[in-house]
Design a protein around this ligand. Sequence first.
Ligand SMILES: CC(C)(COP(=O)(O)OP(=O)(O)OC[C@H]1O[C@@H](n2cnc3c(N)ncnc32)[C@H](O)[C@@H]1OP(=O)(O)O)[C@@H](O)C(=O)NCCC(=O)NCCS
Length: 311
Amino acid sequence: MSLLSFRTRLMVWADWDEVAQLIHQSLNVWYEKNRGFKLVSGSWETMRVFPRVYESLDPNCCVLVEETNSKRIAGSCFFHPRPRHVSLGILNTHPDFFGHGVASLLLRYVIDLAEHQNKPLRLVSGATNVDSFSLYNKAGFVPACFYQDMIFSVPVNGLTTECPHKTLIRNAAESDIPAIVRLELELTGIEREQDYRYFLKNEDGIWHVSVLFGVSGQLDGFIVSVNDPGSNMLGPGVVRTEEQGIALIRFELDKHRGCSPVWLVPSRCRTLVNAMYELGAKNCDLHISQVRGTEFSQTGIVFPTFMPETG
Ligand SMILES: CC(C)(COP(=O)(O)OP(=O)(O)OC[C@H]1O[C@@H](n2cnc3c(N)ncnc32)[C@H](O)[C@@H]1OP(=O)(O)O)[C@@H](O)C(=O)NCCC(=O)NCCS
């Protein structure tokens, strides 16, 4: 019989380093045991990106499970309430506490919060991690869209981008935010203006946003990217057509010369996937977007990300 006892509480500033260490150990121990490699090549300090960015975006939105006798943090989960949904962010159990119901406690907390706010709960989970799939599946999540994570080493002298007929791609400005918010709402049914204000303010200098305009000058797509020692990814983004998606991804990759960013491509988008192979991108993982509490409805092509997981 387990002598461990747990309670949930919210993260405070003094917990940041313990949470960063927990995320680092949880990911590396799980991946090494199940897949034979460590997921995070950098030091645990690189994982400070999670408390740092998420406390700026969503203060007091990280739930912890604490072991009551030792006061050790056994698990952590960031969550992101938005006007029309709640998003479940990175969720980790410390390897010393795997299999003791810690993840289920964290998940219960966020499910209760979403139900209380009467909003659907959304997440993107690993498709090659049966532990995490089972956790969410038992709790009622329904898979919606299948993604392949792709990685590419961007040449130091960059990439050229051919725009689809009569479209324009450029760096985004603050004045683009209303159109970005409207497009995401139209194509995906979610709203997160605060995120786009945060990216474009770019106080920590790690964000970039590009926008794509269609034939009649209307916004048809956008994509964000992050370049931090703890995360180098493209997304979030949304676009109307696969051709526009190819152009937008190439344009954004060019902002990461000499780096190897990762981005998620919807596997159903064959033209887009083929173009990524032609570029030289390789698959490095698989993910599934999931929702609990409503039907998943999206008409656009969506590029989710793990930094930040607010969609
Ligand atoms: C995945 C992870 C969070 C699970 O944490 P945990 O604290 O060991 O999980 P729990 O003990 O709460 O168990 C989770 C649930 O899944 C169930 N489960 C696990 N494997 C299962 C399987 N193959 N089939 C059915 N159910 C299964 C457990 O029985 C439990 O359900 P219950 O609460 O109804 O008993 C943990 O392994 C981890 O942190 N991994 C590395 C990081 C990661 O993968 N994070 C999640 C990705 S977003």
